[in-house]
Design a binder for this molecule. Structure first.
Ligand code: OGA
Ligand code: NI
Length: 350
């Protein structure tokens, strides 16, 4: 947790993760994770991650599997989504080509101090913050008018075209999944999707996790829930690293080259009145191989007020959360103040 600090000044970190990884450095103290805030058991427990075939979601049986996956695990591996393995491989390829560029070339798209878009490491907001053993490229993709094209890599030359095309496909899959999620709870199809609005936001985050000489001391990404409505993750084809917290166990999400990991974020936990779970997850590193991933986050228009769907509130299940606008902002503020954002929206028991 960030502690009770409201620091907006960003501190600089001298040597980058990529350089430390190449030189086999021991991680410096700012990267070392102290204690285990969440999840007491580091088990390789045999808790399977549900698999959902998107092409079967017109059937009641698969809809029921979807509902069950989201209300227990809060995530699933999506197959049958219509994107071929060679297509997914091309997307991974452009990401790898970008990350393989010399640092000064990547810095042309560098994240400005106090901003979150662009290429770089963690945004540092507090002296106590533990840094992630990763670097990333974050780009806003939708609505189209918010794109900052000066931060979109020109190298490899087809980067922008591939990102545009891929995120458009992912967006239509997400929209479809949101309709299915509503149907799985016997709600009108638009109960969630309509809350996202015409101007829903989409952010693409390319993550790169170089190997680390001491994976026991650091994390690629610290435990967190996503602030999104819904997140679609294209994992590395071979290298594992993502873990999700299920029943207090850290469970590794196996690599399935043609599947997407779909998880819900906080805003879908709110809209589903707590029935669907925004799952806690983290990324571990290893000594052998670097890992890449591409996360696509979809969020409601920050101008829209979102809240639990009416059909999910009744006497046996009272409204859990108050309605909010711009949850992203609340989430960021809470993070700086060391509060759990969803807790601040809970309606006290009457
Ligand atoms: C994230 C995230 C997981 C991964 O970017 O929010 O959880 O496997 N990424 O990179
Ligand atoms: Ni995440």
């Amino acid at each position: 947790m960030a502690g009770n600090l409201l620091v907006s000044e960003e501190k600089s970190v001298s040597k980058g993760v990529q350089q430390m990884s190449i030189e086999g450095d021991e991680p410096p103290s700012q990267y070392i994770v102290k204690g285990n805030t969440f999840g007491s058991k580091d088990s390789s427990a045999l808790i399977p991650i549900p698999v959902i075939d998107v092409s079967l979601l017109s059937s009641e049986a698969e809809l029921e599997n979807l509902r069950s996956a989201l209300s227990s695990a809060g995530c699933f591996q999506a197959i049958g989504h219509g994107m071929s393995s060679s297509y997914l491989e091309k997307i991974r390829e452009v990401a790898k080509q970008f990350f393989a560029l010399p640092e000064e070339e990547k810095q042309k798209y560098g994240r400005a101090v106090n901003e979150s878009e662009g290429y770089g490491n963690d945004r540092v907001v507090s002296d106590k913050q533990v840094l992630d053993w990763s670097y990333r490229l974050s780009l806003r993709v939708f609505p189209q008018k918010v794109r900052r094209l000066s931060l979109w890599p020109k190298n490899p030359t087809d980067f922008s075209e591939k990102l545009e095309e891929f995120s458009t496909k992912v967006k239509s899959m997400m929209d479809y999944l949101l309709r299915c999620m509503a149907r799985s709870l016997n709600l009108p199809e638009g109960s969630f999707l309509d809350q996202f609005g015409e101007e829903s936001m989409m952010l693409a985050r390319f993550n790169f996790y170089p190997r680390c000489s001491r994976p026991d001391l650091v994390l690629g990404v610290k435990p967190h829930t996503d602030r999104s409505g819904i997140t679609v993750l294209l994992q590395d084809k071979e290298v594992e690293g993502l873990q999700v917290l299920i029943d207090d166990n850290w469970v590794s999400v196996p690599t399935m080259p043609d599947a997407f990991v779909v998880n819900l974020g906080d805003q879908m936990q709110i809209m589903s009145n707590g029935i669907f779970k925004s799952i806690m997850h983290r990324v571990v590193t290893n000594t052998e191989k670097m890992r890449m991933s591409l996360a696509i986050f979809n969020e409601p228009d920050p101008g829209n007020e979102i809240g639990p769907a009416e059909g999910l509130i009744d006497e046996s299940r009272p409204r859990l959360y108050r309605s909010v606008k711009d949850y992203g902002h609340i989430n960021y503020k809470c993070y700086q103040e060391g509060k759990i954002p969803l807790e601040t929206l809970k309606i006290a028991d009457s």
